[in-house]
Write a protein that binds this ligand. Structure first.
Ligand code: ADP
Ligand code: MG
Length: 480
């Protein structure tokens, strides 16, 4: 019996404002406990929240990126979500409920079976809660309210995702997008980007969705994948044993790779939502939307199409480049003013070679010691025949470890490609004399022997002989 895994994701993205959503306190990470909590954040009596315009603009940016002006509500409302928890001194969280700032929109993801549109239900503004600290206190808990009132955008998908891999593809696409448009730093360790995964299973072909469980606070893509896989298996086993899945909130324990029940799922009505009388409805004007739209960077989808359509870059390569805005900006800088062939090769180089070096060193492109001008010159020297692709790799290695421009390194190390026919013929002849057996093999029809001879010539020239010429000359000599 085939099972289908259904997932909907809720993400809390911390918005990149310097101050909180309803107070002037700073949002910087890592300050001493309770040094960034104002009277509003700790809910002293008589204080009133004042909405941070910056947070609203970032939410509008998001709406424009996922659906354009149509998905932005011109009048949205803040509501109180009532619950008790020690790190929530007001006794309620200010959020948006019936009228969120963004309704609808979608995000495109790449799956094993091609491109897929994931529908967004909504994105709403809310404040974060504080943090309870249990570890450093004996027989007590500490409360740090620095995070209380930090602006969040909660982004909710429809239950459109099928399985753990698709859920992770979505989370990665969203992560890339929020950083791309500059609304969130995406730092998962610091909790700036946290996902909850709602998981249910049903028999393939069933129309109705199964009962879901919500796995809270997944703070890495790997944990998200493992948690969803575990949870789906757990639910399938329950149903196959004739039991029912109970709707509940669960936590993932990476140490044991399992999910555990945290509490039964509360319903919206348990929160007794009502419009917050301390805050006016949020009204967004057409001029605001137009201005924010004019300040938006080119979006990843548009950039992908430009790369593939105008620059003739292979879709797989273009996809890698637009996976990260800084990486694709780096490529654009490299491609500036270069010939079409240099542009094409530079795209491959950055998507494959540069990317691999970043991964090895575990750094981002912003910290790469080799800059676009150096990459451009390197590719230009390959395209104009000064060096071979193999020597280019060697030069790249030098640039990454010791710096310098390709031209300097070619000059200093004498790496210029040998394209002088006479010089190559001399090396070829020496190699033929020294490898009589391979020559005989080739003449008796073993094509492999030819490649081995090419290899010998390249080696004898220390990789500097022009490979195309080596091929030509070898063929000619072997015919004679
Ligand atoms: P709540 O706000 O109580 O968490 P919602 O109905 O808003 O509940 O849904 C939250 C998330 O759960 C959404 O991403 C939605 O797509 C997803 N979801 C709802 N029903 C299911 C289901 N049966 N299986 C998987 N995901 C679901
Ligand atoms: Mg929820």
């Amino acid at each position: 019996m085939a099972w289908e895994i259904v997932v909907g994701i809720e993400t809390h993205a911390q918005l990149l404002t310097r101050s909180k959503i309803f107070s002037g306190a700073a949002t910087a990470f890592g300050a001493a406990p309770n040094t960034q909590a104002s009277a509003v954040d700790i809910a002293l009596p008589g204080v009133l929240p004042v909405l941070n315009r910056g947070a609203v603009e970032l939410a509008i940016r998001f709406g424009l990126a996922v659906g354009g002006p149509e998905v932005i509500r011109r009048r949205s409302v803040f509501a109180r979500k009532n619950y008790f928890y020690p790190d929530l001194p007001k006794g309620y969280q200010i959020s948006q409920f019936e009228l969120p700032i963004v309704t609808g929109g979608s995000i495109q993801i790449e799956t094993e079976s091609g491109s897929k549109t994931v529908r967004l239900t909504r994105a709403h503004l809310e404040e974060d809660a504080g943090k309870s600290l249990h570890e450093d206190f004996h027989g007590m808990s500490g409360i740090d309210l620095n995070r209380a009132g930090t602006p969040l955008l909660e982004i909710v998908t429809e239950p459109d995702l099928r399985g753990a891999k698709e859920a992770v593809a979505y989370a990665r696409a969203l992560h890339s997008l929020v950083r791309w448009i500059g609304i969130c730093d995406g730092n998962m360790q610091e909790g700036s980007f946290r996902c909850d995964a709602n998981v249910s299973v049903r028999r393939a072909g069933d129309a109705a969705l199964g009962t879901r469980c919500e796995i809270k606070n997944l703070n890495s893509f790997r944990f998200m994948e493992q948690a969803i896989e575990f949870e789906a298996r757990r639910q399938i086993e329950l149903i196959e044993d004739g039991k029912a899945v109970e709707q509940e909130t669960r936590l993932y324990d990476p140490g044991r790779n399992e999910t555990r029940s945290m509490r039964l799922k509360e319903d919206a009505q348990d929160y007794r939502y009502f419009p917050d009388p301390d805050l006016l409805p949020l009204v967004v004007s057409e001029q605001d939307i137009e201005r924010i739209r004019s300040e938006m960077p080119e979006l990843p989808g548009a950039r992908f199409r430009r790369f593939t359509d105008q620059l003739a870059i292979a879709p797989a390569t273009a996809r890698v480049l637009v996976g990260d805005k800084v990486l694709s900006d780096y490529f654009e800088e490299t491609a500036q003013g270069a010939s079409p062939e240099v542009v094409r090769q530079a795209a491959n180089w950055i998507a494959v070679s540069t990317n691999a070096r970043l991964n090895d060193r575990n750094i981002g492109i912003a910290d790469a010691p080799v800059r676009p001008r150096q990459v451009r010159q390197l590719i230009e020297r390959v395209v104009d025949g000064t060096i071979s692709g193999k020597i280019a790799k060697e030069i790249d290695e030098v640039m990454w470890s010791a710096g310098g421009t390709p031209d300097e390194i070619i000059e200093k190390r004498g790496l210029k490609q040998i394209s002088d026919t006479g010089a190559i013929e001399k090396i070829v002849d020496e190699v033929l004399v020294a490898n009589a057996k391979q020559v005989a093999d080739y003449r008796s029809g073993k094509e492999k022997a030819f490649n081995s001879l090419v290899g010998q010539v390249m080696k004898a020239s220390k990789g500097k002989a022009n490979p195309a010429q080596v091929n030509d000359i070898l063929r000619r000599r072997l015919k004679g």
